[in-house]
Unconditional design. Structure first.
Length: 179
């Protein structure tokens, strides 16, 4: 028997977020489903793990799917289980910092360097990792990992909800192409 959507939602998220955040996130998901929430609307959620920390996500974007992949489906769990004594995590294309948060929780002795080229995502990344930055466990940079030392341009995706997509290119190649 398939559980109703709300029961599935509660089962998936009740260990991850506080009760108030569970209600707030459920309301946001229903508002998104009904078209009452726009791309720039956000919801503040308080995670219980890796430690009680507030994060901000955009339910209309891919953020909620990333929360689900990382914290509910635990896509990194198999890799994390094989690693020992991790001291440094480098998150290239960190988006809003959810993978960084996961690894900070899995490896409490580690520090994270998180790079994100998209300015919109970087603002969320900076906020979502702020408590770890204050502790000296995270450093965030609005940058791209690139094979040469050069200025890089990030071309945001055309569709506003697809924040996990986009392309980076060197400023020199953009200039030569007339961009």
């Amino acid at each position: 028997m398939k559980l109703p959507w709300t029961a599935q939602f509660v089962r998936n998220y009740y260990r991850l977020v506080t009760p108030q955040s569970l209600l707030r996130l459920r309301s946001a998901m229903l508002a998104e489903r009904d078209g009452r929430m726009g791309f720039t609307d956000t919801v503040a959620v308080r995670l219980r793990r890796p430690r009680p920390v507030g994060i901000t996500i955009r339910p209309v974007s891919n953020d909620i799917y990333t929360v689900n992949e990382i914290f509910v489906e635990k896509v990194y769990a198999a890799a994390a289980a094989r690693l020992r004594d991790v001291r440094t995590v480098i998150d290239l294309g960190a988006n809003i910092g959810l993978a960084s948060l996961y690894f900070l929780g899995e490896f409490p002795q580690s520090r994270v360097l998180a790079l994100e080229p998209d300015h919109r995502n970087f603002q969320f990344l900076d906020g979502n990792l702020s408590s770890f930055q204050r502790d000296g466990r995270a450093m965030v940079m609005e940058a791209a990992f690139w094979p040469t030392d050069c200025q890089v341009i990030f071309d945001a995706p055309k569709e506003p909800g697809h924040v996990n997509q986009g392309a980076a290119r060197s400023a020199a190649s953009a200039a030569s192409a007339g961009g």
